[in-house]
Design a protein around this ligand. Sequence first.
Ligand SMILES: Cc1cc2nc3c(=O)[nH]c(=O)nc-3n(C[C@H](O)[C@H](O)[C@H](O)COP(=O)(O)OP(=O)(O)OC[C@H]3O[C@@H](n4cnc5c(N)ncnc54)[C@H](O)[C@@H]3O)c2cc1C
Length: 405
Amino acid sequence: MKNIVILGSNFAGYTAALQLRKKLKRKSEYQITVISPTHDFLYVPSLIWVPFGRRKIEDIRFDLRPIFNKKGIHFIQKMAEQIDPDTNTVYIEGGEKINYEYLVIATGVKMNFNIVDGLKPEDHKINNIVIPKLAMKTLEKFEELVKDPGPVIVGATQGASCMGAAYEYLFNMDKELRRRKVRDKVKLYWITPEPYLGNFGIDGMPGGEKMLKLFMKMYNIEWITDASIEKIETDKIILKDGRELPYKMAMLMPPFEGADVMKASTKLVDAKGFVETKPSYQHITYDNVFAAGLAVQVKPPFEIKSTPFGVPKTGFPSDVTGKIVAKNIARIINGKTKLYEKEWGKIPALCIMDAGHKEVYLFANHLFKPRQFAIMLPNIFNDFGKILLEKYFIWKNKRGLAWLP
Ligand SMILES: Cc1cc2nc3c(=O)[nH]c(=O)nc-3n(C[C@H](O)[C@H](O)[C@H](O)COP(=O)(O)OP(=O)(O)OC[C@H]3O[C@@H](n4cnc5c(N)ncnc54)[C@H](O)[C@@H]3O)c2cc1C
């Protein structure tokens, strides 16, 4: 049997696997093999709620193995260590290797804590919410803060790209401190590499800056844009312009780079470990290698004149690129030569930002400018939209209905 190997089993990898199963008949000569270190699907966007006790990790993950079994998808719960695209081989932990006819890289990212001294989790200074283990630590630190309040810094370091999640965490921090009746004892700071509030790494949305400034003023949050961090000390963060911000608790979003397996597979990636693809998500050199989701290299479509920051790669485009990759592999197998193409920046923007006491819907026909349609709509009454999206996403994927929008 010929092997289609998919590395990674979350948004992009799981979607690609299920879509491939749907597109290739079960009795096809192709075996679909997913390799991933974890058998759980994790709904990453809800990690922002873990530090405030609004979600437990068990609430936002589910076991993928029953679905893989049902769909006849071979699953190997191991870490891939390296890819040799010249021999079509994936090297897996424990000395195993597997050959592929087609490869899908959906290994997500790794955090680059080396961007500033003192950022690493083992330095015990700065909290983080990108992975479950660190989000749980942030919950512990938040409980300590409530007992003994002091200044809080939330934001993103230079080079970061996931500012949206940090904004959500900030507004949830404000909301929860108020609910716990200690907000008046906490000075809250927002620091970001963005040149203006609400840039989000996509050069903003109409009315976005104004709306975020209003929220910051309304919730009494001090903000610093174009912020570059020089040094992190135990009780203060020093910016490159010399400003010193005291903190008792801080959460900073670090920059992302490719997963270790990709950094070790130098023929396939750029200096940061991201896979350079064509708009069909086929590798620029190796026609049988595809990438989807966070693993794809996406360059900012605008010039960054001051503090560096990156482009966010959110769940919707990760899902879309997983589907495109599956469609294109099925096309090649079915003898078609024309592949489906959609540049990352031309994928629609569909996002809900939880702003604590309220939420904001972001819709645009393209992630990047030029856009013909773009709107930010606040829902000032509640934040149910984000909850409904979470419930829908987990519901559809638990049932293997990845083809749904
Ligand atoms: C805190 C936070 C909040 C977010 N909020 C939102 C939001 O509100 N809306 C939104 O649209 N997006 C949001 N995002 C972004 C969204 O989570 C990502 O776009 C999405 O997770 C990307 O999916 P992916 O499959 O590419 O990568 P991931 O979800 O990171 O999955 C990577 C997969 O690769 C596997 N893997 C890693 N290394 C290896 C290896 N060596 N071998 C094999 N497998 C490997 C992992 O186990 C995992 O299964 C948020 C992100 C964060 C961090």
